[in-house]
Design a protein around this ligand. Sequence first.
Ligand SMILES: Nc1nc2c(ncn2[C@@H]2O[C@H](COP(=O)(O)OP(=O)(O)OP(=O)(O)O)[C@@H](O)[C@H]2O)c(=O)[nH]1
Ligand SMILES: [Mg+2]
Length: 424
Amino acid sequence: MFESLKKKLSRTSDKLEEEIIEEAKQEDNLQEESGNKRSFFSFGRKKKEEIDESKMIEAPEESGEEVKEEKKSRFWSRSKSDDSNEEADDVKESGEEIEEEKEEKSHFWSRNKNKDEDESPEGKGGLFSFVREKTISEKNVEDILWELEMGLLEADVAMEVATEVVESVKNDLVGRRIKRSSDITEYTYNALRSAVAEIIDIPGKSMTEMIEEKKAQGEPLVVMFVGINGTGKTTTIGKLANYYLKKGYTPVIAASDTFRAGAIEQVTYHADNVGVKIIKHQKGSDPAAVAFDAVEHARAQGKELVLIDTAGRMQTNTNLMDEMKKIKRVSNPDLVIFVGDALTGNDATQQAVKFNEAIDIDGVILTKADADSKGGASLSIGYVIKKPIMFLGVGQGYDDIKEYDAEWMLNQLFSEDEGVAIEE
Ligand SMILES: Nc1nc2c(ncn2[C@@H]2O[C@H](COP(=O)(O)OP(=O)(O)OP(=O)(O)O)[C@@H](O)[C@H]2O)c(=O)[nH]1
Ligand SMILES: [Mg+2]
């Protein structure tokens, strides 16, 4: 998901790197590392070829007043903005700044902002280091954060999640003291990764734990599946029946979609294939009564799991939403699970919000994750409704279901994205 974003961010941080080196120079806060003292204006990696020999000056430790004067005029001539006078002042005041910076430095150390300092890839590329470290300012990261936000929204991440991620990345970056500007790409990715890790990790019990808890009380775990049309509710029930049968439990399915033509036949087909009992009534009958019967059946037979299939319904259809509430009232499920289609991105998140308002859902299953390249729903849905994702549907076969694991999801979202794309 972050593949194209990575390229964009990498470009922007190259630009930022130039800006920061420029700032460091204005603060007289840059020194060469490689011993190649005549490349002061090379601005890091890529521009080395463009060095104009006539513009080179000596490194700061050797520079007297004269050199400083020359440097000042270089800043003016190279200045991108109209703040030339300010820049000149900055140069004059650089002595005072050292004191200020020292104080600031210890402040940030105490806040442990320098956690990556020791790991900073010295000698990894680039010819310069900052004499004193540089602090990343809010202005420095404006472009990167804007691009990050746009990238997240394009990937169908919900607005509030994008805002949260950007805010978290900003807090992580701003005030961070860096030794070398090229680390910004790396810092941004690390910050992004920890922001996303935080967001997708919503604690909750696993369904298996819940089955065990109910079993200890001599009761079946009753699970009702809801969602709009065609998201994969019935298929998911077939998969879960198979999954728990293989784990040694005995599930029973309630054919409570008595509404759609062919729905009872479809769920019966899955139950037969997997080899579990199905409780069904006539088409058009009361779905709540079917669910009730299935729960009674499980109790009587000592079965551990009841899976209630329901008709797909749009969140805007009041009658069908009321019917769904009735099924819940009558069958009194332990878990109401919203089944969302990952491919529908932000729509899936918005539907989950509406179903949660109507019926108070307990968890989410996202289907079609196998075909989803954007990842927006996976990233947003749990966070927005504050309910855990429990399983992911990853294909059309009975075995294509996966218990949700935040660590795995994080790796999926950042796959191809390990390490940092710094072009040397
Ligand atoms: N690729 C892929 N396809 C899936 C997945 N889950 C379900 N499907 C497909 O999605 C389509 C709809 O699945 P159903 O289980 O009928 O969906 P439903 O929510 O029960 O639909 P309604 O009962 O009409 O509301 C079927 O073709 C399934 O094979 C999945 O995880 N991956
Ligand atoms: Mg169905």
